[in-house]
Design a protein around this ligand. Structure first.
Ligand code: ADP
Ligand code: MG
Length: 725
């Protein structure tokens, strides 16, 4: 194909071209540059990594006459007529009659009224979809379609790039084609020996094949290469970041054996599970080393993670230093104090609780004791990161439910220590591949077992009409002296609908998790739990004591209600996702989740972890008012599996990667092609390769990897500027 290899200077030129502004690309006027910026494209690199959303394969087309019923096919044709019908006010149907010289067919588009404005009689299209035969015509329902000009039809695969109204897919395709020509000599940043060992094609060829493939196989091969690039760069970035700056301080090599640790062990009211033992020993392996440890425990809800952090605290005490445990909510911090406080006391570890509602006098005393070293461990909320909280020598920090904290908040607590070791605990049971992708710089422990395996938990997905049975079960539980949660999603549907973007009409739509933490609650949202509590206390649960708990309430009020629920006085707790994390009331055996289809599956799994924590069997009712079969099907995954890791994997397979990896701060914003579920093997490969590269050459300064190092810098430049590094 290519003639003589380009001279090295030309290749360097082509490589630098990647980072030049988009206006230097051929055919990009100021107006087009503006349109491209709307798509987050500002450099040639952005342009080349603006990958097609899908492909229309015209290497393999049929005519209307030759296409077979029941098969998926692509048919070039012409529009004869466009009609919009509305059999019901909320059911717009666009019917497009298509002809191709052999026969006539109809394309039917449901719920896409705007299509009628885009399509005109005489326009040439390629339509692609599954052919059916209905009401006397060959038909396709919601097919993919692309406008084609005659020249493009034959024997080509057309890449369809995400576009905007101002700049259509066809234009973008041409601009990218020209940029590919201009960048064709670019250097490959990945060392040849890695490419060979992983069987990957060159980067230039991969870009070309993504945008202008000759076959769909070629797209696969190209994608593999580019996915590997994305992952390797992210891993290198994370691992280099991962060596937390310690500025002169020497990280502690913690004592992980001794009388304090033994005493804590003896104080335990139960035998530790194998997973707990493993996680503790893996944490200790890290804490023993004279480096800063960043260890993450990933454990399903109720797997007993709290205990693991207690041993980290004991190791700090054993070493003669201090520890901190930070939890995202006041309720959770209180609960940790309640369960760990007595254990710590038995092991001779002094502990105190510090939250936003700690009285002033008490707070001042705690701060003095932290400063003097009289306190060994502080348990608290965000209140721990306030400026005047200072330690004598903090060397171990636990961040519970770490996904609830921002990077800045985690760093603020770590900054109070002397090169402290960190333990991050998360109840989002993400698969290993995702953990590596997002936290490639951390070491990990997994906890899958549940200590309280005795009780069983049943989950049922009910429609609105079946809700009565859920209430019956809840009333029966209250009669038996057990307790009930009713969880409401809080945010009204108008808001949720606003999140839906018009460009996504062909994607299934799953509303995202509505509320990430208490602070997201709006007054408007607070109302629906409030309303539900009112309604239930006068109707379904008229004989019971109904309590209300949501994040908009004052801390004292929340505490009063939680204590009421813990003591059994409040029998039915109407609440929000405030209770998602950590809350532990073993006597609660029924949970009803309203509008369950509005929550993410993993979040529902977390929620239901609040019941079935004791000896008694529990029942969870997920109520959905959605008419979409997909909504019920999704919820039924929770009926069928009680394994958080399985649920998470399923949940991930339904979501778009952007949603999963959307967290800019993690660096994962750079991932455009990676699919966490399908690319698990490549994730492992890139992780291993990044680790090996850094082991050989920690600063990536050798000639072999200098181009790679530059690539990491260019890719994550924005993030560095943000973090001031
Ligand atoms: P999570 O991993 O969700 O944070 P917790 O640490 O809150 O779980 O533990 C859940 C419940 O299990 C708590 O009531 C705790 O006391 C109990 N628990 C923890 N470990 C064990 C064990 N080894 N045996 C019995 N119960 C345990
Ligand atoms: Mg926990």
């Amino acid at each position: 194909m290519a003639g003589a290899a380009p001279a090295n200077a030309d290749r360097t030129q082509a490589t630098l071209y990647l980072d030049s502004p988009i206006t230097s690309a051929k055919g990009v006027t100021e107006a087009r540059a503006k349109a491209l910026r709307k798509l987050n494209i500002t450099t040639v690199r952005d342009l080349l990594t603006h990958f097609p959303r899908r492909y229309m394969d015209l290497t393999n087309v049929c005519t209307v006459a030759s296409a077979r019923i029941g098969e998926v096919c692509t048919i070039p044709c012409e529009i004869f007529e466009v009609r919009t019908k509305r059999p019901r006010p909320n059911l717009p149907i666009v019917e497009v009659t298509l002809v191709d010289g052999t026969d006539t067919m109809v394309a039917t588009f449901f719920h896409m009224p705007w299509i009628a404005k885009k399509l005109r009689r005489g326009m040439r299209l390629a339509v692609s979809g599954k052919l059916a035969f209905d009401f006397g015509f060959k038909r396709m329902t919601n097919p993919l379609y692309e406008e084609i000009s005659g020249a493009e039809v034959e024997g080509r695969i057309i890449a369809i790039h995400p576009a905007t109204e101002m700049l259509q897919a066809g234009h973008i395709r041409r601009i990218i084609g020209d940029a590919l020509d201009a960048a064709s000599g670019m250097h490959d940043p990945i060392p040849p020996r890695l490419l060979a060992s992983r069987g990957l094609i060159s980067r230039g060829a991969a870009f070309r094949a993504m945008h202008e493939p000759r076959s769909m196989d070629e797209v696969q091969v190209a994608r593999t290469r580019l996915v590997y690039d994305e992952l390797l760069l992210l891993q290198l970035y994370l691992m280099q970041l991962g060596s937390r700056e310690v500025e002169g301080a020497t990280p502690k090599a913690h004592e992980t054996e001794g009388s304090i640790i033994d005493a804590l062990r003896h104080a335990m009211p139960f035998t530790l599970t194998e997973d707990q033992e493993h996680a503790i020993s893996e944490l200790f392996d890290q804490m023993r080393e004279p480096h800063v440890a960043d260890h993450m425990v990933l454990g399903d809800v109720g797997s007993g993670k709290t205990v693991v952090s207690a041993f980290g605290v004991a190791a700090a005490k054993q070493t003669g230093t201090q520890a901190a445990i930070m939890a995202p909510t006041e309720i959770l911090a209180q609960q940790h104090m309640k369960t760990l406080g007595p254990l710590f006391a038995k092991a001779g570890i002094s502990a105190a609780l510090l939250t936003g509602s700690t009285p002033h006098e008490e707070r001042m005393q705690i701060l003095r004791d932290l400063g003097s070293g009289a306190l060994d461990v502080i348990i608290g909320t965000h209140a721990l990161i306030e400026d005047d909280v200072a330690f004598k020598e903090l060397t171990f920090v636990t961040i519970d439910e770490q996904q609830r904290f921002g990077v800045g908040q985690r760093a603020a607590l770590l900054d109070k220590g002397v090169a402290p070791d960190a333990l991050y605990m998360t109840a989002t049971p993400i698969p290993r591949s995702l953990a590596l992708t997002l936290f490639g710089n951390l070491t990990h422990s997994y906890m899958r077992q549940k200590p309280n395996a005795g009780a069983s938990r049943m989950t049922r997905a009910y429609s609105r009409e079946q809700k009565g049975s859920a209430y019956d079960a809840a009333r029966a539980a209250v009669m038996r002296g057990e307790q009930v949660y009713v969880v409401c999603p809080l945010i009204g549907s108008a808001k949720a609908d606003a999140k839906r973007s018009p460009g996504d009409e062909d994607e299934p739509y799953y509303p995202d998790v509505m509320i990430e933490d208490d602070s997201d609650l709006t007054a408007e949202g607070g109302a629906s739990a409030v309303k539900e509590a009112k309604r239930l206390s006068t109707t379904v649960f008229a004989d019971a004591n109904v309590g209300l708990l949501h994040g908009g309430m004052r801390p004292e009020e929340k505490q009063r209600i939680m204590e009421g629920f813990a003591s059994g006085e409040v029998q039915v707790l109407v609440t929000t996702t405030v209770i998602e994390v950590g809350v532990d009331v073993p006597n609660a055996t029924v949970m009803i989740v309203e509008d369950a289809d509005r929550f993410g599956l993993s979040q529902l799994h977390q929620l239901r972890g609040r019941v079935g924590r004791g000896e008694k069997d529990a029942n969870v009712y997920l109520i959905s008012s959605s008419k979409q079969p997909a909504a019920m099907q999704r919820l039924s995954a929770l009926e069928q599996s009680d394994d958080g890791f399985q649920i998470a994997a399923y949940d991930l397979s339904l979501r778009r990667e952007g949603d999963i990896l959307g967290n800019k701060q993690s660096g994962a914003g750079s991932l455009k092609l990676v699919n966490i579920v399908k690319d698990a093997e490549l994730i492992d490969a890139a992780h291993a390769d990044a680790r090996a590269l850094l082991a050989d050459d920690p600063s990536l300064s050798s000639a072999e990897v200098s181009a790679l190092a530059r690539e990491v810098r260019m890719t994550f430049m924005d993030e560095r500027q943000v973090s001031g590094g």
